[in-house]
Design a protein around this ligand. Sequence first.
Ligand code: NDP
Ligand code: MG
Length: 379
Amino acid sequence: MKYLYIVGALGSIGTQTLDIVRNNKDEFKVVGMAVGSNLALAKELIEEFKPEVVCYRNNKCDLSYSPIEYFGDEGLLKLASYHKYDNEVFVNALVGISGLLPTVYAIKSKKDIALANKETLVVAGDLIKALVKEYNVSLTPIDSEHSAILQCIHGENKSEIKRLIITASGGSFRNKKREELENVTKADALKHPNWSMGSKITIDSATMMNKGFEVIEAHYLFDIPYEKIDTILHPESIVHSMVEYNDGSIKAQIGASDMHIPIQYALRYPSHNNLDGKSLNLIGLNLNFMELSTLRYPCLKYAYMVAKKGGIYYAVLNAANEAAVYLFLNDKIKFLDIERIIYSEISNDEYKSISYNLENIIDISKKIIDKLVVRYGGK
Ligand code: NDP
Ligand code: MG
């Protein structure tokens, strides 16, 4: 039995993780749940899974039983620190930098980490990896591209990897030219062609910041230098990523565009055993691959620029993006302003002197987000 703590339990990844638990009750038990602001859904799912510990974002639900209850950001850390069983897994499905400290606390309480919250690795990859080593826990990706790479390198010798090839669907505006992007709307940006996801990552996919984050995520997860991480446009989202080896052989992981598959792989790694697995119909499949242009998608280039700068600039990149996406979703800025804001922040040399540690990462992120939100009238 694996004992799960699911934070962000009501979101896209959270509810799909709960689907897997629902179908495999002899294998997984939910011990802790951190829920967002949809109280009707929170009540329904808490009553169904009856976790011992619940963390509410704001207000609590009336329940038929009495779990331990925590609240807010502090509550997330208490939930992450709760420890009772040998085989505990912390599923981080929060959005943004709010996922960082809960991951740190979960590692320190000896939980294995199943990570959807990529922002944690973007802002603090080196620190998280050091903690994972120190506390001897595992860190397994939920992100579909990284799940694909994990599957492609299983049983292989890492020194024989020539490059990782991360696929990108192209997001909501993949059929638009750059000059057509100036006046696109929030509603259009939120219509992802292949995946149904939370609003922040859907915007990140449209700007391609998501792919930039995934390059950084891959660098940390697999210890591969940035020069060996490529991206490619693949509109069908069937090939979830690939690994090329020194002899020219390329391994790809392919499957339906269904996040249940990478989530359950993260929970059962390295087992593929699942009785409800969906089969992909290969007949008539047409797979296309195109160059992913950083002229069309500058946010991808910004990720590589930040990777060169390193240190605190990872947090600067994430914070600028977090603020800009929030402002766009609140109708305060236009779509292309997102990349302009990010570029302006990552080009600012003032951040150079800030050293890379957990406290500074959190502090500078908050300062940048607050500054940008005030500047553009978001609050
Ligand atoms: P959603 O927006 O669908 O869900 C996030 C959930 O977390 C919401 O219920 C939200 O509550 C809650 N939440 C967010 N921040 C906090 C907080 N500070 N305290 C308490 N609750 C919080 O997001 P996704 O599931 O799409 O994404 C989760 C993470 O997974 C992201 O980092 C994303 O990049 C990554 N990811 C997602 C994929 C997907 O297919 N969805 C694929 C790969 C990665 P509220 O309703 O109150 O906002
Ligand atoms: Mg992904």
